[in-house]
Design a protein around this ligand. Structure first.
Ligand SMILES: [Zn+2]
Length: 221
């Protein structure tokens, strides 16, 4: 389970969010894992130009697709999987891939700009997150910077926090609110009144920040 902070945060009422929403996910997974036996096919080469590439991942349990921020499609082949199966998997998800690429192109930022901003996010956001975590005696297992299309951040039950690179475009107070929002999920993985009390205690001005996100958030896409 993972709890995300959506671009439009309507979580006033206590709600229990479950897994990653399909619209915000950067990867797709097959509904059933099709495992096939060991294969002689170990040559991983791009099929059509450089817009697609394959990686083998011993720990992957299923085929995964991911459209990189430069538009390339990364296909993860699980242990025991084959290039042929991977090709078939890509084929079944061509619509999804096209949609992801279309969304990339419709972004408010050019690809070079996005790359630069992501690099900045990787440098700036994790130290700030850990700094605030330390102030509250919280332990973050791992931080990742992502290109979520519909959320500012998310927190998993294992203590991992994912942050949207767009946070570097926000006023520091708003950015800190998002970081605090995710950090407080380490204490409570819900949006209950008790959870919001924790947020208010750590970030008294959080309502202004939420308002800022509602108004300005969509333009950051
Ligand atoms: Zn939340």
């Amino acid at each position: 389970m993972q709890l995300g902070l959506p671009f439009v945060d309507d979580s006033r009422a206590p709600t229990r969010e479950s897994s990653i929403a399909p619209t915000g996910a950067e990867t797709v997974e097959p509904t059933s894992v099709s495992r096939i036996g060991p294969t002689a096919d170990s040559s991983i080469a791009p099929t059509s130009g450089s817009s697609i590439y394959f990686v083998r991942h011993r720990r992957a349990r299923r085929y995964l697709l991911r459209v990189e921020h430069d538009g390339r499609l990364r296909v993860t082949i699980p242990r025991g999987g084959s290039k042929r199966e991977a090709d078939a998997f890509v084929h079944r998800h061509t619509d999804w891939v096209a949609r992801q690429r279309a969304r990339l192109r419709s972004s408010a930022f050019g690809s070079e700009e996005r790359t630069a901003l992501r690099a900045r996010a990787r440098t700036e956001l994790p130290p700030r997150l850990l700094e605030i975590a330390a102030e509250h005696g919280l332990t973050v297992t791992a931080v990742s910077i992502r290109n979520q299309r519909t959320r500012w951040g998310s927190c998993g039950p294992d203590g991992t926090i994912s942050l949207n690179w767009r946070l570097v475009l926000m006023p520091p107070a708003v950015r800190d609110y998002v970081l605090i929002h995710e950090l407080m999920h380490l204490k409570r993985l819900d949006h209950s009144p008790a959870y919001w009390k924790l947020v208010a205690a750590a970030c008294p001005e959080y309502r202004e920040s939420r308002q800022w996100l509602r108004i300005n958030g969509p333009a950051l896409r």
